[in-house]
Ligand binder design. Sequence first.
Ligand SMILES: Nc1ncnc2c1ncn2[C@@H]1O[C@H](COP(=O)(O)OP(=O)(O)OP(=O)(O)O)[C@@H](O)[C@H]1O
Ligand SMILES: O=P(O)(O)OC[C@H]1O[C@H](OP(=O)(O)OP(=O)(O)O)[C@H](O)[C@@H]1O
Length: 231
Amino acid sequence: MDQPISDKTLTATNTAGPLVLALPKGRILNEVGPLLTRAGIGMAADFHDGSSRRLRFETSDPDLDVIRVRSFDVATFVAFGAAQIGICGADVLMEFDYPEIYAPLDLGIGACRVSVAEPVGGGGARGMARQSRVAVASKYPNIARRHFAARGIQAEVVHLNGAMELAPSLGLSRLIVDLVQTGSTLKANGLVETDVIAHITSRLIVNRTALKTRPEAIGDWLARFRAALAA
Ligand SMILES: Nc1ncnc2c1ncn2[C@@H]1O[C@H](COP(=O)(O)OP(=O)(O)OP(=O)(O)O)[C@@H](O)[C@H]1O
Ligand SMILES: O=P(O)(O)OC[C@H]1O[C@H](OP(=O)(O)OP(=O)(O)O)[C@H](O)[C@@H]1O
């Protein structure tokens, strides 16, 4: 069964019990820790222990549980109401564009950009103007297609989950669309950034149905995260 249970069904069964906060287990997690502390959320001792196989954790607040999932899956859990709130990068939100997700708070962490890159000496964005098609390797097929379509170019996307930087030198694609922070991964692999598609930070996200069915609990958490950001 590929289709998840509808948002309506899940949120209907999820109107009682602790709220579930979905957190990404990757690199953002280190920056999320201090924010959770400032928001008054005490985590179970094994939450930051990478060797723990547990995926769901109680917190110091009996009304809040935390799950630790892959960053792309944070958006999926929240969009379908399996988690009511979550933290994920704006890159993930741009890629999926889930109408069920409301992203009210920019947390200012996980700063990076989604960019186009090509091998050094490749001609840059201007060189692309004469092309009608281009092969692009990316973890973000929708962002890549939209970006090039807006320029009248059809992107043939090779969907990879990591190590996109290898694709041009191995003949898999001419360009990549990937996250860039310091630029050191591009440089180490003979690539240059030619176009910034979007500047990225992480957002607090909320399931829209849960916002209607549990407005007080979710409103309270939004206020606590806002206060944590201001502290
Ligand atoms: N180099 C970077 N610098 C800053 N933020 C980054 C960087 N790379 C990724 N991010 C942010 O962190 C989020 C998670 O990054 P990343 O994809 O590396 O996590 P991950 O959980 O290790 O990945 P995966 O789920 O594929 O294993 C991204 O969606 C993005 O918002
Ligand atoms: O500009 P930089 O500071 O070098 O950062 C960019 C790198 O960070 C991310 O990869 P990550 O380390 O998350 O590994 P991944 O290939 O598994 O996504 C991204 O996909 C780039 O490869």
